[in-house]
Design a binder for this molecule. Sequence first.
Ligand SMILES: Cc1cc2nc3c(=O)[nH]c(=O)nc-3n(C[C@H](O)[C@H](O)[C@H](O)COP(=O)(O)OP(=O)(O)OC[C@H]3O[C@@H](n4cnc5c(N)ncnc54)[C@H](O)[C@@H]3O)c2cc1C
Length: 360
Amino acid sequence: MQKCVSVHNSAERLVSDVIKPGLCSGCGACIGYCPYIKSFGERVGVVHDCKKSEGTCYRVCPRAATSFTNLRKIPFGDVETDPVFGSFKEINYARACDEDIRSRGQYGGVVTALSIYALQTGVIDSALMTGGSFTGARPFIASSAGEILACTGSKYTAAPNLSVFQDAVKEGFNNIGVVGRPCQCTAARKMQQVAEIKGERISLIIGLFCMGSFSPEFYKFIKEKGLDEYEKMDIPGDVNFKKDNKETSLPYDEVREYIRNSCSICFDPLSELADLSVGSTEYDYGWNTLIIRSEKGSNLAKEAAANGIIEIKEYPAPRLPLLRKAVFNKKKRVLERPDATYLEISGQEREYFLANGGGA
Ligand SMILES: Cc1cc2nc3c(=O)[nH]c(=O)nc-3n(C[C@H](O)[C@H](O)[C@H](O)COP(=O)(O)OP(=O)(O)OC[C@H]3O[C@@H](n4cnc5c(N)ncnc54)[C@H](O)[C@@H]3O)c2cc1C
């Protein structure tokens, strides 16, 4: 197990435990506090050793020692957790009511609709999002409805959204929303605990489902294949590319090698530590799956539904076991890996997955 207390300093540990073994998820959480850690596109590098033993960089890294048991207590308290889905109040289908948001969104546009609503009701005053396109993702601080709308759509690479958190603090934002992949939600919960970086200013976390993101080499592959002329990419099974009425697709096996190594040790495909988690339905692509987790997330989603911002309907009961099985299998695969040493979960939880059947 990796431990937070060691004779080595933080930057050294970040390099030896995370960056060198290829386990950096590109979340961006370690960027912006000191001049010695830089992001180069979607890669992170330590350019100088700072000699600090309790540096923020290692403390907030989602691939440094991570106790889900402890982190869950921040948003959910001491409640019992579903080992597969995490803590939740409800799992539903949902979509944005606004047709324009739906047509621009990846699926039902729930992330965009809820982020705009959170901004307009003062729950957040800005959101760390991903701008650009699937051929060039960029971290972005969105502070208007138009800017949030401009960030719609999934970019399947690892945009380091959290790298601009310190910029948002410097710009004077006090209630910062985070939209991110599961690793970014884990990092954001860790950041909330660090007063020196004003982590308490993170006020809402909307997490995406994520079974993996692509390494920067994926951009080169897309270009070589001439796929950069398309506007939207999706992975409903095969990898689909669309522009207006033009469509093409590739078998997933052709892109599998570009999945970041870090994703193979990710225990959290559903962004368990978020206030709200949003994914596809893998069934009806005009809708999202919406997992309502925390009290804060619940208030926002319920209010948004009551005010005609999102539409919520019941999750089809026969489909829930399929989601449960996919997540169970992913978690089990991770626990079986000898290099998933960052993960600290209880023996009971580990046993649930590793014992035959596991009850999923
Ligand atoms: C790398 C990646 C892998 C994913 N894998 C799965 C999966 O296996 N199964 C599944 O059901 N869903 C997956 N998703 C989530 C899915 O693609 C949609 O993002 C989600 O369903 C929200 O849909 P929406 O219509 O509400 O999105 P929109 O309303 O279009 O909003 C999308 C939001 O995602 C943010 N975003 C885009 N790209 C990134 C990125 N790289 N990092 C962080 N934030 C980003 C944007 O800022 C925007 O706010 C994945 C998303 C990403 C980025």
